[in-house]
Design a protein around this ligand. Structure first.
Ligand SMILES: NC(=O)c1ccc[n+]([C@@H]2O[C@H](COP(=O)([O-])OP(=O)(O)OC[C@H]3O[C@@H](n4cnc5c(N)ncnc54)[C@H](O)[C@@H]3O)[C@@H](O)[C@H]2O)c1
Length: 363
């Protein structure tokens, strides 16, 4: 399966499979050791491990280890509780107060869902936010309640606008989920850059080249060697860039701007230009399907639509047409059985962390 280590990498011990439940518990214990409440630690570790289970390794426990560093350095305040600072019947503003971003995001999505249940639609913005991880987690919370969910988040500058050489946007992802009946839910979860920054970071860490079109240098020339740091000497490209650096990237640029307006400008948390590394301002929306039509009818139509797409004649018979969310749902099914592959260095970091923080080593 794509994204899985090869049998050789497992046999050599380069990657080790770890049980998802044990990893969730380990991550939670480490947060608690740094004064995160039990409740927040459970929410955060569930979101992080869900990401690993879905094959989104860049935003899973590897990001969780980064959060531990950021709690220790003071970038994240482990002790605060996010709260509603403004509210109407259909909307809310959540202050994350510089705490764990995933916890504030979880509260905002819960609030949007509660408001949708009453009003048909609900939305919530987050200010003073920190990194919220795999954005698809939040609209999936709505889909699990028979609602359509949407979430967007901005980030500090790493993506150039079309025709620009300097970074002006974060990778500003958009996530959208809708439930189906017997088919799996549709879950579109995508950066508005050609790829998420984590993929360049991962390629750098593993010493692998990156495809032309993912990133450019300060003169706008495509890069094939992934840069290590985060500075203005290079930029990620907006969605639609081609390998010659001249695609239809103005569409990704427009989407990045749309995200910045919803996530940063609407509630006033700040657009990409205002943000430091590790900050995410976000916006969440839920639509209660039952207030438009019977949920079963909606789901039956979703099933028909998904099957219609899956039955499209594939251009390569070996690669059937799927819908967004399918690759991650496949990874989830496989990893729930086989375990999550952690790089041996990541595993070593977990064990060292458990030892130095005086918590049991569970993985
Ligand atoms: N918190 C942040 O600051 C931040 C920033 C950027 C990205 N992210 C996260 O990074 C993760 C990765 O983002 P990405 O843009 O690299 O994702 P990606 O390119 O791997 O996938 C994007 C979407 O395309 C779908 N997809 C993949 N192959 C498909 C196919 N053949 N047919 C149909 N659909 C298909 C996937 O299901 C997914 O919904 C996401 O979870 C995102 O939320 C987070």
């Amino acid at each position: 399966m794509a994204g899985e280590p090869t049998p050789d990498q497992i046999a050599s011990g380069e990657f080790v499979r770890v049980d998802g439940a044990a990893l969730r518990e380990q991550m939670a214990r480490l947060f608690v050791a740094l004064r995160v409440s039990e409740e927040h630690a459970a929410i955060a570790s569930d979101i992080l491990v869900a990401s690993d289970l879905r094959g989104v390794d860049t935003h899973g426990v590897v990001a969780g280890l980064r959060y531990l560093d950021q709690i220790e350095s003071g970038l994240i305040d482990a002790t605060v509780t996010p709260r509603l600072v403004r509210e109407s019947a259909g909307s809310a503003v959540v202050s994350n107060a510089g705490g764990l971003g995933v916890v504030g995001a979880h509260l905002a999505m819960r609030t949007a869902i509660e408001k949708a249940r009453v009003n048909g639609i609900g939305h919530a913005g987050v200010v003073e936010g920190r990194h919220i991880g795999m954005v698809g987690y939040y609209p999936m919370m709505a889909a699990a309640q028979d609602m359509i969910g949407m979430a967007v988040t901005n980030a500090n500058r790493s993506v150039r606008p079309a025709r620009g050489a300097d970074p002006r946007f974060g990778t500003n992802p958009i996530a959208f989920a809708a439930p189906a009946g017997t088919e799996r839910p549709f879950v579109l979860d995508m950066a508005t850059s050609t790829v998420a920054a984590g993929k360049v970071r991962r390629a750098h860490a593993l010493g692998l080249p990156i495809p032309r079109g993912w990133a450019v240098d300060a003169a706008g020339r495509p890069l094939e060697t992934p840069p290590g740091g985060r500075d203005t000497s290079w930029a990620l490209t907006p969605l639609g860039e081609s390998s010659d650096g001249e695609g239809v990237n103005y569409k990704g640029y427009g989407l990045a701007m749309m995200v910045d307006i919803l996530a940063g400008v609407l509630a006033g948390g700040g657009s990409s230009a205002d943000l430091d590394y590790g900050s995410n301002m976000s916006w969440f929306m839920a639509i209660d399907i039952s207030q438009m039509r019977p949920v079963q009818a909606f789901k039956a139509d979703m099933d028909l639509l998904i099957r219609y797409l899956a039955e499209t004649r594939p251009s390569d018979p070996a690669r059937p047409v799927v819908v967004a969310g399918d690759p991650e749902a496949d990874a989830f099914e496989y990893r729930s059985r086989a375990g999550i592959p952690l790089h041996r260095d990541t595993l070593a970091t977990f064990r060292l962390r458990a030892r130095t923080l005086g918590t049991p080593s569970l993985v």
